[in-house]
Design a protein around this ligand. Sequence first.
Ligand code: SF4
Length: 330
Amino acid sequence: MTITEVGAPGLRVDWADQVRRLARERDAVVLAHNYQLPEIQDVAHHTGDSLALSRIAAAAEQSTIVFCGVHFMAETAKILAPEKTVLIPDAAAGCSLADSINAAELREWKAQHPGAVVVSYVNTTAEVKAETDVCCTSSNAVEVVASIPADREVLFLPDQFLGAHVRRITGRENLHVWAGECHVHAGINGAELTARAAEDPSAELFVHPECGCATSALYLAGAGAVEPERVKILSTGGMLDAARETKARSVLVATEVGMLHQLRRAAPEVDFRAVNDRASCHYMKMITPEKLLRALAEGRDEVHVDPDTAERARASVRRMIEIGRPGGGE
Ligand code: SF4
């Protein structure tokens, strides 16, 4: 959809042109996560995963960032670009994974394990990042944990699937995992993944490692539920490259269904199918074309992060970027 009705009844305007014009007037860059609605992905100046978009936000020339994604992502952009105005079209767009632990719960957990190193996945609030020693993405979670001296306890949060994957690969007994999960990836279960792969034995399986919704698939692939040679663990950029290069006629995609839009554009001849076509994040879909327009017209909803919290959170995010391959390519 590029045309929508706004303003007085019957007045049809080109929504995409209006978004771009208002963005210019506001000196704003519009960023869209890969799991946004297709029309929002298409109108954005940049589309990508949360880390890639945060880096673009930090380097952007514009004074305002409009982040079409969920709230912790906009917060991460604000942490990395504190001097800029960061807007999210709907501040209520949360994340069930980020909400599975708060700062008070983390402080209590830390008190039970004095001296432990805290490793947090990027799907966390700014307050939790501020209590964290080092953040990680799915791409570098193993390297981040491996960089910690073997005799130090590690508290890994919030995703239990990613934590189980890291524990299995590192063989680390002193890694404690928070029992959090994302409601979307909880829907991509082992039985479904195994059944889909068995139905189409020549299909490849693309697993996107950035958003929490893929981590159960990551775990199952590593555990041998699906033959490893058919499974490709890929960042968004890698997934799009692999889509253009694949010889497979069909590809099963274990992630949030919004990703299918870009994959089908990249390789129209390939049959991309969701492992679970109900794997749609309703928080992501709270960002609508109308709310994006409103954000640009009215300058809302602005994202604020307390400066002290932001400074502490920034340190853990910067450590993440320094270790291994954090991933996050567009
Ligand atoms: S798909 Fe899951 S992890 Fe990703 S934003 Fe939505 S609730 Fe959070």
